[in-house]
Ligand binder design. Structure first.
Ligand code: C5P
Length: 242
């Protein structure tokens, strides 16, 4: 596989074209941003930790019947993925109240939600990734109503699989963000990454609200030991399969 030009550089990853138009190469960086890039930093080893975690999780999801863009991990920081057109929608699934759900609704941090909550956000940095209603999403033609139903169903299935998987790892899956894309056959594939950058993960054996955090909230809120938490997630994830 020959790597060609850089197609896109995001906050945490770089996307390269390859000699196969249907295949791209994703490079995971150590760079970290939070609060719509108002906070910036670097977490040593993060790129490799996230690449290994995301690769392993995509494999678990594929085995469970969820179509993803993942092909294979090719080096510590790189994976080959199917080329897709990313929908400008961030799909968030929540099992426990945290983050913006608490800030915007007053629901207490740590409240167990009776059913998983699926939310859609507009992936638009200039607008600060606002929360969408389904009607707004359809008004803006970001997806068809059939695709919205499919996104919701896939997100809930991903949640079932990942919740069970992380449970085995001694980790509670609090919430996470997914991105989806359409391949050349217009099939909807789970894309981007699933990692401590995009999930809230709490250590089940720790009740302390700061100590238990094993995800990007350590970086967002200056809790320290960010790289160590990511490394611990990787070690636990790689030890388990569904
Ligand atoms: O900030 P909020 O509580 O809405 O985040 C919900 C989940 O989505 C968290 O796990 C967070 O890490 C993830 N997220 C993300 N990228 C964004 C926004 C949220 O990965 N742009």
């Amino acid at each position: 596989m020959t790597v060609r030009s850089k197609l896109y550089e995001g906050k945490a990853k770089i996307l390269y074209a390859t000699d196969d138009p249907e295949v791209l190469l994703t490079y995971f960086k150590d760079d970290a941003t939070a609060f719509n890039a108002q906070k910036r930093g670097s977490i040593e080893g993060k790129g490799a930790f996230n690449c290994a975690i995301a690769s392993h999780l995509f494999k678990q999801l594929e085995v469970s019947g969820i179509a993803t863009h993942f092909i294979e991990q090719t080096s510590s920081n790189e994976m080959r993925v199917r080329a897709v057109k990313i929908l400008p929608i961030e799909v968030v699934v929540r099992n426990i109240a945290a983050g913006s759900l608490c800030q915007q609704t007053g629901i207490a941090l740590g409240t167990l939600l009776e059913q998983p909550l699926v939310e859609f956000y507009y992936k638009n940095d200039a607008l600060g990734d606002p929360l969408l209603t389904v009607d707004r999403l359809l008004l803006m033609a970001l997806a068809t109503s059939e695709q919205v139903n499919q996104l919701r169903a896939m997100a809930l299935k991903v949640n079932d699989v990942l919740k069970a998987f992380f449970l085995q790892c001694g980790i509670t899956l609090v919430d996470f963000k997914l991105e989806f894309g359409l391949d050349q056959q217009r099939q909807l594939l789970l894309a981007d990454e699933i990692s401590p950058d995009t999930c809230r993960l709490w250590n089940q054996t720790d009740d302390d609200p700061q100590q238990r955090v094993m995800d990007k909230d350590r970086f967002r809120h200056d809790l320290g030991d960010v790289a160590l938490a990511y490394q611990q997630v990787m070690e636990r994830v790689l030890k388990h399969t569904l």
